[in-house]
Design a protein around this ligand. Structure first.
Ligand code: PDD
Length: 285
């Protein structure tokens, strides 16, 4: 079955799904994106993703490409046309097409929008979670506005590639003071020896992950103690458990950091329980 993409008002087979060479997303990475999990054909926590999209666009002074209700129809239609039951829907909005000049294009230039959807194998994800993943650490070298879900991801791409070349699945950025900020495409968490769940405040140099926000409710429901503060690389090495969160991985146990085993080197009990419980606390629409 050929995949379909929504591009600026039309549903097109991938072979014809193209954007203009002078799209500002292509020329300048001048745009934002969202990734939303699809589960049983429904979107997970879509209202939270839409709210973050609106915030990202607002911070960059890019207009919404269409009304929110219309956008929600497009997301669903793209999921439906690609027959995605379990997987991801991806949405990207750029500042539109204009002659390549750095300042914003003339007012009224319509933003560009692309939506794609793809299936993922839930049992493969469960196998990965049962084994846990390895992470490496890399120096933080991103811009200050990582709170905006911008498509400018070059440092993230380089960090992820470095992880891959070292046999790991994720890279954690470490700031100049030795504190972990977040992963190249996920938020970072540890559980200390005394059982506290530690994650960096969303106001300090990380993306406010939707999975992160929902997981805070799961923690509360499970009666776990949260310590929302930055943690160092050394604390992570000494942690009882570690894990990452994102729309594509939900809660993914981390079993090695820079080649050192976390805890006993197997996925932690708390991370595994949080993963199992997550979707009871998320909104499926
Ligand atoms: N990444 N931090 C970064 C840098 C991310 O790119 C992501 C998500 C997250 C987690 O956010 P959320 O829980 O809302 O997915 C944190 C997506 C999945 C991606 O780039 O594919």
């Amino acid at each position: 079955m050929s995949r379909i993409a929504y591009v600026n008002g039309r549903y097109l087979p991938f072979a014809q799904a193209t954007v203009h060479v002078e799209d500002r997303g292509y020329q300048f990475s001048d745009g934002v994106y969202e990734v939303c999990e699809v589960r049983g054909g429904r979107l997970v926590d879509e209202p939270l993703h839409m709210r973050r999209l609106q915030r990202s666009l607002g911070e960059l002074k890019i207009a919404m490409p269409m009304s929110l209700p219309a956008l929600r129809v497009v997301l669903r239609e793209t999921v439906r046309r690609n027959r995605v039951r379990d997987g991801l829907v991806y949405l990207q909005v750029s500042r539109g097409v204009a002659r390549r000049d750095h300042p914003f294009p003339p007012p009224g230039t319509p933003p560009s929008i692309v939506v794609t959807a793809r299936s993922a194998d839930p049992s493969a994800a469960e196998r990965t979670a049962a084994a846990g993943i390895a992470v490496i650490t890399v120096p933080e070298n991103r811009w200050e506005r990582v709170d905006i879900k911008a498509i400018a991801l070059l440092p993230n791409v380089l960090a992820k590639q470095a992880a891959k070349e070292q046999g790991a699945k994720e890279a954690w950025f470490v700031d100049p003071d030795g504190y972990v900020t977040e992963g190249s495409s996920s938020n970072a968490w540890i559980i200390s020896r005394d059982g506290k769940v530690i994650t960096r405040p969303a106001e300090q140099g990380i993306l406010r992950g939707i999975t992160r926000s929902v997981l805070l409710n799961v923690l509360r429901a499970q009666g776990l103690e949260l310590d929302e503060r930055p943690f160092t690389r050394e604390e992570a090495y000494a942690a009882r458990e570690a894990f990452v969160t994102s729309a594509s991985q939900i809660v993914m146990p981390v079993v090695r950091i820079d080649g050192r085993p976390v805890g006993n080197g197997a996925p932690g009990m708390v991370a595994t329980a949080l993963r199992e419980d997550f979707h009871r606390h998320s909104e499926l629409i």
